[in-house]
Design a protein around this ligand. Sequence first.
Ligand code: HEM
Length: 145
Amino acid sequence: MKIRILLLSLICSAAAVTGVNAAEGKAKGGDKDETVLGGHMDKMGGAFRKLKRQISDASKNADSLTLVATIKAAGIESAKEKPAWKPEDAAKFQAKMKDFNAKVDKLEAALKANDNATAAKICDELGQAQKEGHKEFKKPDEKKK
Ligand code: HEM
């Protein structure tokens, strides 16, 4: 009998933990895709993180070009959106995104030419544009992302 009670309470606590995790996952997922722009930015974020690690490695240029294609597609879509925190600055934001996208095109050309030194330099510039863009248009408490 005691064992049964023990088993039952174990099952209950396991279910409770699973339930909590599921709820957190949902809340987190909900936050992430809260805005259309946030969704595009997330796609850009995953690709950019990997790209930075391998940008100087010419043997990975084919893969780097697929990452750049992801960033490019997300950048083009982002330029059609408004920043949630400062919707009134939409025009300025869109102009900055277009500058960013022009740099992404240059990065693509450098990789196609196997010019990894130039590609690495442009990659740094994109990181800088990210920092500036987030400072200007992103809600301060989300800056850490
Ligand atoms: C390599 C470049 C960039 C990366 C990797 C990047 C990544 C991200 C990530 C991961 C988020 C959080 C998304 C979320 O889950 O809500 C975000 C949000 C955001 N980013 Fe970027 N970003 C980049 C460039 C830029 C640039 C250039 C700008 C502005 C010109 C910008 C403006 C924003 C804004 C406004 C948000 C908040 C989302 C919203 O308002 O709905 N980002 N970004």
